[in-house]
Every structure is written in structure tokens, then in C-alpha cells.
Write a protein of this length. Structure first.
Length: 221
């Protein structure tokens, strides 16, 4: 992917020009930069997701519930700008339901918060060693083991994580018991009623031992 140097932390033409890549196998995160050509061709949302998924896998017969599968979460470049229909966040992966490309989308505040953390797309590979949640604080990343969330529903998990972080204003996506148990049509949930309900993305999160992704962002859009 081409790279372009940008003024760190500043938005330009609707982008922060950053893709956050988290490798759960290694417990590492890195930031990839993209350029104008990439942005113009793939825009954001499922466009970014499809391109990143294709580049990462480059083969057939990927196990949707295996660590080699990639999960990409990406809002569009207009998210957070108070424009009609601009607030959706796309989730892209190999679907446990179909075994091929799948995407789903969700409204609500999570994608906006991701952008306010300076992230245009989040790509997650591998599998955490134990049940964990991913904590992104303005681009700083921590994989937090949290076995106490095992067997908890999405709403209860959200409350417990906010209590742990002592912050009621963080935004997050969670999975429930269905996602943990890799039910192939499991949803991803957010904001006490927002759902990414298609293609079994919740099962993909469960297969990665990822109970939740929590974000706090304070950058201007």
C-alpha cells in the first residue's frame, strides 16, 4: 500500500490517513498510512474493508473462525460530520455463515469515536491467548485480558468495562454468549441497541477471543 506523510493527528480532506492494524497473536499494533489514490479508489467503509481483506488473504478456503481470518472495521470519511446517512460503520470479514466475503453495518456512535481517535480503519488479525477486550485510547492500544466477562451478555459486559475504566463515556462494540460460542450468525452490539446483524461478525470476534473493542477519542473532525 502506498504511504504518504501527514501532519500527525490532523484530519485532512476527511481522513486521518491511518489504518490501525492489531495482531492478536503477537499482542502488537502498528499504524499503516495510505495515500490519496487509495482513498479515492476505496473511499472508506466496506471499500477499505474489502481491499484490506483481499490483500491480506490472497487465497481461497480460509477458515472464517480461524486466526488467519481478518476483521476490518471502518466508518466512512463523513462519519461524525452530522450529514444524513453518514454515521454507518462497516464490518468486513470472511463470513462464518457463507464461507466467503461478508460485510455488515451498524449505526450509532462507535465509528465516530474511532475516527475521533484518529483511525480511519481498524484491522484485526490473529487470536488473543485468552478472552480479552481491545482498548484504544486516542490511538494508544492495549489488549486487556478479561476472563470475568466470559458468559456475560453485551449490555452487562459494557457496564463492567465502563466500571473498570472508570469512564461512562467510552464507546464500544461487544459480543454476547452467541459470539463467544461462535454461533455462525452471531451479531456485534453497541449503544444498547445498535447491531451489526449480518454475516456472523460476532462469531468472528468470538473466534479471536475478543469480547469487546473499546474506544476513546478526542480529535476534531
Amino acid at each position: 500500500m502506498p504511504t504518504a506523510k501527514r501532519e500527525k493527528g490532523k484530519i485532512k480532506a476527511g481522513y486521518f490517513w491511518n489504518i490501525l492494524w492489531v495482531d492478536l497473536d503477537r499482542g502488537e499494533a502498528k499504524t499503516l498510512e495510505f495515500d490519496e489514490a487509495f482513498a479515492l479508489k476505496y473511499i472508506g467503509g466496506r471499500g477499505f474493508g474489502a481491499k484490506l481483506l483481499w490483500d491480506h488473504l490472497q487465497r481461497e478456503n480460509v477458515d472464517p473462525l480461524g486466526p488467519e481470518n481478518l476483521l476490518v472495521i471502518s466508518p466512512g470519511p463523513l462519519a461524525g460530520l452530522f450529514l444524513p446517512a453518514s454515521g454507518k460503520t462497516s464490518f468486513v470479514s470472511i463470513s462464518p455463515e457463507t464461507g466467503i466475503y461478508g460485510d455488515s453495518s451498524m449505526g450509532g456512535s462507535f465509528g465516530v469515536e474511532l475516527r475521533q481517535a484518529g483511525i480511519d480503519a481498524l484491522a484485526i488479525s490473529g487470536k488473543a491467548k485468552t478472552l480479552s477486550y481491545l482498548w484504544i485510547d486516542n490511538g494508544e492500544v492495549k489488549i486487556t485480558p478479561s476472563e470475568k466477562l466470559k458468559g456475560k451478555g453485551s449490555l452487562e459486559s459494557e457496564g463492567m468495562i465502563k466500571e473498570d475504566l472508570r469512564d461512562d463515556h467510552v464507546k464500544m462494540i461487544t459480543i454476547g454468549v452467541a459470539g463467544e460460542n461462535r454461533v455462525r450468525f452471531a451479531c456485534v452490539n453497541s449503544d444498547w441497541g445498535r447491531n451489526a446483524g449480518r454475516t456472523g461478525i460476532g462469531a468472528v470476534m468470538g473466534s479471536k477471543n475478543l469480547k469487546a473493542i473499546v474506544v476513546r477519542g478526542s480529535k476534531d473532525l
